[in-house]
Design a binder for this molecule. Structure first.
Ligand code: PLP
Length: 400
């Protein structure tokens, strides 16, 4: 007899639950700082002007169609994607030690990489504490053992660098380490170049496998090369590694599910085999990747003028977020809000990890209709000239 005894109600995903709560809130002064999606200075979603142009080009192309790409997706897009992260003149690409496959955005790329590792290079997966809420879920879904490594020092509001190194030194040899390529989610804190070098050196010695998650290239600093520095350094140091790339934030293509999984291997033979296994995993999960977003990114990256314009659009987003960090900091300083707030301006990328407690987050939500995650993460893109002061006042009120 078939029964549904094990079918229990799954609790709502916390971030989407929070977003829905915010949408349902009818208070006109509400501030949505929940989900990591860019908003312009009027609080509206922003279709990048360069994406608008690429859409027109795609629509007016008589050769454009809706055929299947094949298992590895839009190859022109994945090649451009790999070059974007590894560098236009990547030596590893010249040596044919790099393979790339289209994935269903960053999430799909992480999952594909996790399935690949589970099958061909199993090991404990170390994820940062804290991290993007989906990391533990994805790796567990791929049946990998997930353990956290230290990343955040709540007292100093900086990277818990010493304990991070301890964790690298004591993890079982051969473990997998998920590294945020830039703009760590949720803390907005990245290791310095010297710190990355030290991390790489320990990882090499202990044969730890780097799996980079890159969801914010260009969005973090406004500079694509600067945000790719860590990945390129690891490749130069001779690591085999995976990189999951998302084009949700840097192209504003959130719902178009545009991503790529890039693998760098020691030799050509391994690379060819890995590619065949990536394809096999795609075949039984999504079979063929979605077309629209990949075509848009490809149109932009193929064209020098459009690429230049994209870089300007990236700067517009990165600069507006930096400005909001400065404004928020200024307001807190002016009110002499108790506590250290310098991390607001030293953190980079989409998020600020305020250090507010669960109780403070809840209090701000009920009194001021401000929505941020329970761990005190603020999506800086939700702030603008009209609400940043109001948010600063809410923070000031709750910490006094
Ligand atoms: N990885 C990290 C660290 C993220 O913050 C995100 C998005 O928030 C993603 C991956 C993937 O996002 P998407 O699947 O929308 O591309």
């Amino acid at each position: 007899v078939v029964t549904w005894t094990d079918l229990t109600q799954q609790p709502e995903d916390p971030i989407f639950k929070l977003l829905n709560e915010c949408i349902a809130d009818s208070d006109p002064s509400k501030i949505n700082l929940s989900i990591g999606a860019y908003r312009d200075e009027t609080g509206k979603p922003w279709v990048l002007p360069v994406v608008q142009k690429a859409k027109q080009i795609l629509l007016s192309d008589p050769a454009s169609n809706h055929e299947y790409f094949g298992l590895d997706g839009n190859r022109s897009f994945t090649e451009a994607s790999a070059r974007l992260i590894l560098g236009q003149d990547s030596a590893a690409m010249k040596d044919k030690r790099v393979t790339h496959i289209q994935a269903v955005s960053g999430t799909g790329a992480v999952r594909l990489g996790a399935d690949f590792l589970a099958k061909f290079r199993p090991g404990t997966v170390y994820i940062t504490n804290p991290t993007w809420g989906n990391h533990p879920k994805i790796f567990a879904a791929s049946h990998l053992k997930v353990v956290e490594y230290n990343y955040w020092d709540g007292k100093t509001r900086t990277i818990a660098y010493d304990t991070l190194l301890d964790n690298l030194n004591t993890a079982p040899v051969g473990s997998i380490f998920v590294l945020h390529a830039c703009a760590h989610n949720p803390t907005g804190l990245d290791p310095t170049h010297d710190q990355w070098k030290q991390i790489a050196s320990i990882m090499k010695e202990r044969q730890l496998f780097p799996f980079f998650d890159c969801a914010y290239q260009g969005f973090a600093s406004g500079d694509l090369d600067r945000d790719a520095w860590a990945v390129r350094y690891f490749v130069e140091q001779g690591f085999e590694l995976l990189v999951a790339q998302s084009f949700s934030k840097n192209f504003g293509l959130y719902s178009e599910r545009t991503g790529c999984l890039t693998g760098v291997f020691a030799d050509k033979e391994t690379t060819v085999k890995a590619h065949s296994q990536f394809c096999a995993l795609v075949r039984c999960s999504i079979s063929n990747a979605p077309g629209f977003g990949a075509k848009i990114v490809d149109i932009v990256l193929k064209d020098a003028a459009l690429t230049k314009e994209w870089k300007e659009n990236l700067k517009t987003m990165a600069n507006r977020i930096t400005l909001m960090r400065e404004k928020l900091f200024e307001h807190l300083k002016k009110m002499e809000t108790p506590g250290i707030w310098t991390h607001i301006t030293s953190q980079i990328g989409m998020f600020s990890y305020t250090g507010l407690t669960l109780a403070q987050v809840a209090a701000i939500k009920s009194k001021f209709h401000v929505y941020m995650t329970d761990e005190g993460r603020v999506s800086m893109a939700g702030l603008n000239e009209s609400n940043v002061k109001q948010f600063a006042e809410a923070v000031d009120w709750v910490v006094r």
